[in-house]
Design a binder for this molecule. Structure first.
Ligand code: NAI
Length: 395
């Protein structure tokens, strides 16, 4: 049965169909483990009254082998039709004219919010003295910025044409080495900023989070990143004046380099973070590393208006450990827990997260985490999943 949007809310049937992409490399190992743990948590939480009907859709190497197409239209259609889905990591195909599959999925459904919650799990190793103070949710803009891919290579006729336009029509004189420059364009719009900041503020209010911090480099890039800051504040004071006046949420801003320092020194200052695409890329990885690395960081790509969402493992296909039963399924598991919460099945989501909390405190984890935990027990991908299922069952 399909999840549908009604009156701006998702309505989830008791037997909900969720399309999933297995993923390449370690995706083949972590996806089945993840499905099993989700099924276990749903069964435990709702005693058979709710369940997920998993619908496999193809993308990546598996799709190419079976259909000759890296990202079949049916896959995009399934994510559109069923509203909410999940994906394992995908190999980025190498070759002229082939778009990143992840980018294609995000663009087709206009999934403009890249949401990355970051928190520390007790028991796991962290380079910070007080990692328990890290509890942030990053809202990274997913469709604009220098990341939009509008660029021209050094020495190409396009770069020469663009240079001519800049110098002759726009009066630009600041290009230090014009003849050997490559060029990129950084579009940042009012609408793109407003919808991202709105989603971040609504999330903060709904989840009782105290602040939304706009992270930008507006001191240098005054019109693009400075615009992001200005339009973000204007939106906040126009649409959320009452909530701000009542002290329900504080809107603040910080320059990106200061933010990266402060997250190491005083991470408790930040709760929800709204930022542009490139800053968001760096920030998500630094924050993930602060609490134990990329094997454990969850993520989702969301369109706040249509409610379409694709939850994902944030790491890649890890070819170096693929097929060895060593991959950590935690990123995909935590993304699945986010997904359950997103469709309104909070009880099942909480069971999953509690089991992971418990397992790490016991020192039971996959190799990437266990190697830094004193007196730990290293579990394989499958065994870690079995252990979580046993912990959920025993709840
Ligand atoms: P990667 O994330 O696959 O691997 C980087 C390092 O992290 C490796 O040492 C790997 O063993 C480790 N690692 C990653 N996931 C892990 C897990 N679950 N458990 C334990 N260790 C883990 O990044 P890399 O090597 O740069 O990319 C490999 C392929 O993945 C490329 O084709 C890349 O394009 C693709 N990729 C796909 C992404 C996606 O689908 N969202 C994201 C990043 C990369």
């Amino acid at each position: 049965m399909k999840i549908v949007k009604q009156d701006n809310r998702l309505v989830t049937p008791s037997r909900a169909t969720i399309p999933f992409i297995e993923g390449d490399g370690v995706g083949k190992e972590i996806t089945p483990v993840c499905r099993a743990v989700v099924d276990c948590a749903v069964a435990k939480a709702y005693g058979g009254n709710r369940s997920i009907e998993w619908k496999e859709v193809l993308a990546g190497e598996k799709a190419f082998k079976e259909t000759g197409n890296w990202l079949p239209d049916e896959t995009l259609e399934a994510f559109r039709e069923y509203m909410v889905g999940i994906k394992g990591p995908l190999t980025t195909p190498i070759g002229e004219g082939i778009r990143s599959l992840n980018v294609a999925l995000r663009q087709t459904l206009d999934l403009y919010v890249c949401m990355r919650p970051v928190r520390w799990f007790k028991g796991t190793a962290s380079p910070l003295k007080e990692p328990q103070k890290v509890n942030m949710v990053v809202f990274r803009e997913n469709t604009e910025d220098i990341y939009a891919g509008i660029e021209w290579g050094q020495g190409t006729p396009e770069a020469a044409k663009f240079l001519k336009f800049l110098t002759e029509e726009m009066g630009v004189t600041e290009i230090r080495f014009p003849k050997t420059s490559a060029f990129g364009v950084k579009p940042v719009s009012v609408e793109g900023t407003e919808r991202l900041v709105r989603a971040a503020i609504e999330y903060a209010l709904k989840n009782n989070r105290p602040s939304v911090t706009l992270v930008h480099k507006g001191n240098i890039m005054k019109y693009t990143e400075g615009g992001f800051k200005r339009w973000g504040y204007e939106l906040a004071h126009r649409e959320f004046a009452k909530e701000i006046a009542e002290g329900k949420v504080v809107i603040q801003d910080v320059i990106a380099d200061a933010f990266l320092q402060n997250t190491l020194l005083t991470p408790e200052k930040y709760s929800v973070v709204a930022t542009l695409n490139l800053n968001g890329d760096y920030i998500s990885d630094q924050l993930a590393a602060m609490v134990g690395g990329i094997g454990i960081a969850p993520g989702a790509n969301i369109c706040h208006e249509s409610r379409h969402a694709i939850f994902e493992a944030t790491h890649g296909t890890a070819p170096d450990i693929a097929g060895k039963n060593r991959a950590n399924p935690s990123s995909l598991l935590l993304s699945s827990a986010m997904m359950l919460k997103y469709i309104g099945w909070k009880e099942a989501s909480d069971l999953m997260v509690a089991a992971m909390d418990k397992s790490f405190v016991e020192g039971k984890a996959t190799h990437d985490l266990a190697r830094f935990i004193p007196n730990s027990e290293t579990l394989g991908t499958v065994e870690f999943g079995d252990h979580l299922a046993a912990l959920i069952d025993a709840t």
